[in-house]
Design a protein around this ligand. Structure first.
Ligand SMILES: Nc1ncnc2c1ncn2[C@@H]1O[C@H](COP(=O)(O)OP(=O)(O)O)[C@@H](O)[C@H]1O
Ligand SMILES: O=P(O)(O)OC[C@H]1O[C@](O)(COP(=O)(O)O)[C@@H](O)[C@@H]1O
Length: 303
């Protein structure tokens, strides 16, 4: 079983309008309400690819209810821990440019943290656990160490897609895959990366901490994959960009979906990039036919 965990889910309130004028009254044309957050997006894409998951995480209030219901309606199994706080609404503005307003995550008590660890204790050998999205600053790093130690002890494959301090702490836990975007990688090293070579150098540096695959996404420029055997650079297909929210999560889902079938990292990387771009060219997340339509347009070079 694949378990995804979104510590800080969201409703992604996505607004489309031709021009956004800050400081003025703006009226929107089309709006969408999506259940969001990184683990949730991975569960939604995997479901569209015929792979079942259980979506874990922390959710509360009417927004938390909406998210759980929306997932259930799509046919995704959920097992969230209730928070006292209302789950955030993240605003995504699609005008001349894309702008995002992401709210803060909930406070997660020690008891709620223990409840998550108890669920992880029930996992079986060779299950997958994806810890994704921003992680509340208030949580002590020992909690992440406990999650990783439990996964390692039980033979559960750990995948991490987070940012900031938590990403830094989790690098030492030897996960199967991490997927920072270029900005997150830059933040990790507190430096700007100007070339693909610089991105590759930093990715190799973090791989030495024991991570099996480091996949760095670079938006329209594509992505790189570094593992023990190879370094690959992918160019993404060009197309009509509609909404890039969830492109990175779609990549993670695409990589896992392909890797679970073939255990082959280059093909998984190609599928991942096609999935990211298919989402960027869609209103909501990608689906299988769109990914497969783009797959031959992903060019990969080994460097
Ligand atoms: N404008 C775009 N055109 C084509 N593909 C894109 C575009 N933006 C994102 N993608 C695809 O989605 C992947 C993930 O996007 P990125 O924006 O880097 O991730 P994140 O959403 O995590 O910031 C990219 O590697 C690329 O394959
Ligand atoms: O937890 P964070 O870092 O605030 O990000 C949450 C946001 O990221 C998303 O999961 C999209 O992520 P990506 O664009 O990186 O794939 C949204 O659904 C959500 O609003």
């Amino acid at each position: 079983m694949i378990y995804t965990c979104t510590m800080t889910p969201s409703i992604d309130y996505t607004i489309h309008l031709p021009t956004f004028k800050p400081g003025e009254l703006n009226r929107t044309e089309h709006v969408h309400y999506y259940p969001g957050g990184k683990g949730i997006n991975v569960s939604r894409v995997l479901h569209r690819l015929g792979i079942s998951t259980t979506a874990l995480g922390f959710a509360g209030g009417f927004t938390g209810e909406f998210i759980q219901q929306a997932l259930t309606v799509e046919g995704i199994q959920t097992d969230f821990i209730a928070t006292n706080e209302i789950t955030r609404i993240n605003v995504k503005i699609k005008a001349e440019k894309e702008s995002e307003l992401n709210g803060p995550g909930p406070i997660i008590s020690k008891q709620q943290q223990r409840a998550l660890l108890t669920k992880i204790e029930q996992f079986q050998k060779n299950d997958w656990f994806l810890l994704a999205g921003s992680l509340p600053e208030t949580i002590d790093s020992s909690f992440y160490e406990a999650i990783a130690a439990t996964c390692n002890r039980k033979g559960v494959h750990l995948v991490i897609d987070t940012s900031g301090k938590a990403l830094h702490q989790l690098l030492q836990t030897e996960p199967f895959l991490i997927k920072p975007n270029q900005t997150e990688l830059e933040a990790l090293f507190n430096t700007k990366l100007h070339t693909t070579e610089q991105v590759i150098d930093r990715a190799k540096q973090i791989m030495r901490t024991g991570i099996k695959h480091v996949m760095v996404s670079m938006g329209e420029k594509g992505a790189i994959l570094v593992n023990e055997d190879t370094t690959l650079v992918a160019e993404s297909p060009q197309g009509n960009v509609i909404n890039t929210v969830g492109a990175g999560d779609s990549m993670v889902a695409g990589f896992l979906a392909s890797y679970l079938i073939n255990q082959e990292s280059q093909e998984a990387f190609r599928y991942a990039v096609a999935a990211g771009s298919a989402t960027a060219f869609s209103h909501d997340l990608c689906d299988k036919s769109h990914i497969e339509h783009l797959i031959d347009r992903v060019s990969i070079t080994q460097v």
